[in-house]
Design a binder for this molecule. Structure first.
Ligand code: ADP
Ligand code: MG
Length: 603
């Protein structure tokens, strides 16, 4: 059942009948509302793009790798170009101008925004018996020279808070649990130190490598993939994004990254693995598939196992697979195997996971209150009955200057319907959800990134962790219900998409009585992030102190009480380190109205 596991099992990929959908869409486009379309043009929105189903239907043939704009035939993200190491290179490979341009100078690559300072002002706590000294700059972090150059090529001037702490922790060989808001740079927080540490040692540690020359035949000359680093993340979009970041950081080194994910071409993925793989990034389902083929993949060399978005991994029946993944690399009982978990929230299950899989002296880093929202996302909530939502969305879009806009819905059918509606109203929308084929998902995302289709309608699962430059507006067409992630999901949606690395953004939510299960939590978040609470939610404004269930580190029932002298508390009895404000990424303390935990043993 591996694939059911992907996308947190709430959505499964069903290849669907693309041709039938194409016909349907073609039929519907004739209903294009000409007047609405004219108005959309007038307001500056681009023309909507039709799906090119011919391309999808013809897409079984091998595709050319490495093009970023997808202008030609669609390219699987897993086949994107990477630096290919050759035997004759010394410790540092020569530059490759063309690849460098593609990796580091793409227009669509997210860069730090004006509000970067905000991120540097959040409170950080690191707690462990061995407190890492935060690094003030990448130059002082003891990085391998190649890594340092790659960081500079990425344009990262100073470490974000989570990076400032995780780099020294990982460089000093600790297991790590890092909790930081979405968009705070967690990917680089593990990739930079882990890959940097391996750069000098790859020759010694890595599995034998084939000599990839013209005419390389992986079925004859291929090797078994024996990665040194295993990174697991819950969605396909997220793993390809991590892969992209890994391609940048591995540049000019011998480390070779590969990505495998469900829905992608298994043959292409296997062929990539057979060219050698030092860094494997995978969704759990596809990873297990490959683990069941020991001649293709062995985890016996793995030195670092990293679980990204660990909280999301916990949403479904992951238990068995998780155990398998976490123990996969321990066939040689190698004490040198480090485990890391990254998450945006740190609920009870995450804590349990950390206790179960991380070594006793693991370092815990928490940036701001887990689950809190950025100060630089403006949030507004409108009361909107279900039957008026479409009209409201249309009006809202036309009232805004055209910009990259993410529209969240709660079901796949709703995503289709809404995408069609917007399309027919002449707005440049596209959509992703897990009933689309993987190639369609990748293509829709590319159209969104490159602003060919600046409006993306999506389900929450499909969009988890996406890092797209300049998403200015997130619209919760449907607010998440408590059974679908509730307020955590709300935070992921709004915080993860806009205001990434400090770009300012707006979040609009449509609310009606069907959303009252989330109303109390929503109001707390609005208050905490200093946003107006609309009249119809005033009754939910709590009296007295704000409390956040999810924020407690206690081992009890999560009812908000402080941890008291149990094994967990005692182990971390050292006072929390505050990120002192003379560091490069200075932390001015900006406590939430009622910061309840974050003291001594509890955190
Ligand atoms: P998270 O995993 O915490 O949600 P990401 O790792 O996806 O965040 O990073 C968000 C964005 O920030 C990415 O576009 C990344 O390239 C960028 N970024 C990461 N670190 C830095 C840094 N030190 N300076 C500037 N930008 C950074
Ligand atoms: Mg992330």
């Amino acid at each position: 059942m591996p694939d059911a596991w992907e996308g947190a099992a709430r959505e499964d990929l069903d290849m669907g009948d693309v041709a039938a959908v194409a016909e349907e869409v073609a039929g519907q486009t004739s209903h294009m509302n000409e007047a609405a379309a004219a108005l959309a043009r007038e307001k500056g929105w681009a023309e909507p793009q039709k799906y090119n189903y011919d391309v999808y239907n013809a897409s079984n043939k091998p595709r050319e790798a490495g093009t970023e704009d997808g202008a030609a035939a669609p390219v699987w993200a897993c086949n994107a170009a990477k630096y290919e190491w050759k035997e004759e290179y010394g410790d540092v490979g020569p530059r490759n101008e063309e690849l460098e341009k593609m990796l580091f100078r793409s227009d669509y690559h997210n860069r730090a925004g004006d509000k970067f300072e905000h991120l540097r002002e959040i409170k950080v706590t690191a707690e462990t018996t061995h407190q890492p000294q935060p690094v003030k700059s990448f130059d002082d972090a003891g990085l391998h020279p190649i890594m340092l150059e790659n960081v500079k090529l990425c344009g990262y001037a100073v470490p974000t808070p989570v990076q400032a702490y995780s780099i020294p922790a990982i460089m000093n060989n600790y297991d790590l649990m890092a909790v930081a808001q979405t968009g705070s740079g967690k990917t680089a927080a593990f990739l930079i130190p882990v890959l940097s540490k391996l750069m000098g040692k790859a020759k010694k540690l890595a599995a034998p490598r084939p000599n990839i020359t013209e005419g390389f035949d992986s079925s004859l000359q291929g090797v078994r993939a024996e990665p040194l680093v295993l990174i697991v993340a819950p969605t396909r979009e997220l793993v390809t994004q991590i892969f992209d970041e890994a391609r940048r950081f591995c540049y000019r080194s011998m480390l070779r990254p590969c990505v495998v994910y469900g829905g992608g071409p298994i043959r292409d993925q296997r062929m990539e693995l057979q060219k050698g793989c030092d860094v494997l990034i995978a969704t759990p389902g596809r990873l297990i598939d490959f683990m069941d083929k020991p001649h293709v993949l062995s985890l016996s060399r793995v030195r670092y196992t990293i679980i990204d978005e660990a909280d999301e991994m916990l949403h479904s029946d992951w238990d068995q697979e998780f155990v398998k993944i976490m123990s996969g690399g321990d066939t040689n009982e190698d004490a040198d195997h480090r485990y890391m978990m990254f998450s945006a929230t740190f609920n009870k299950d995450c804590r349990e996971l950390a206790r179960k899989y991380l070594s006793n002296d693991y370092v815990r880093i928490r940036i701001g209150r887990a689950g809190s929202t950025h100060l630089n996302v403006s949030q507004q909530v409108f009361y909107t009955e279900d039957n008026m939502k479409k009209q409201c969305l249309y009006d809202l879009l036309l009232a805004m200057p055209p910009s990259r806009t993410l529209v969240f819905v709660n079901s796949k059918s709703q995503a289709d319907l809404l995408d069609d509606y917007l399309f027919n109203m002449g707005l440049p929308s596209t959509s992703i959800h897990s009933d689309r084929t993987q190639l369609e998902r990748e293509d829709a995302l590319r159209a969104f990134r490159t602003a060919k289709s600046p409006i993306l309608v999506t389900t929450g699962v499909a969009a988890r962790g996406l890092d797209v430059k300049n998403v200015m507006h997130v619209i919760n067409f449907d607010l998440p219900s408590c059974t679908h992630g509730g307020i955590d999901e709300y935070i992921h949606r709004i915080e993860g998409r806009t205001a990434r690395i400090g770009n300012e953004g707006l979040a609009t939510s449509f609310y009606n009585d069907r959303n009252d299960d989330i109303s109390a939590d929503l109001v707390k978040i609005l208050i905490e992030s200093k946003q107006p609470v609309p009249d119809f939610l005033q009754s939910e404004v709590p009296e007295g102190e704000l409390t956040f269930d999810d924020d407690t580190d206690n081992e009890g029932d999560g009812n908000g009480e402080e941890a008291s002298g149990d094994a967990y508390g005692d182990a971390y009895a050292d006072p929390a380190t505050e990120y002192s404000n003379d560091t490069a990424a200075a932390a001015v303390e900006t406590p939430a109205p009622a910061e309840k935990v974050n003291t001594g043993a509890a955190w």
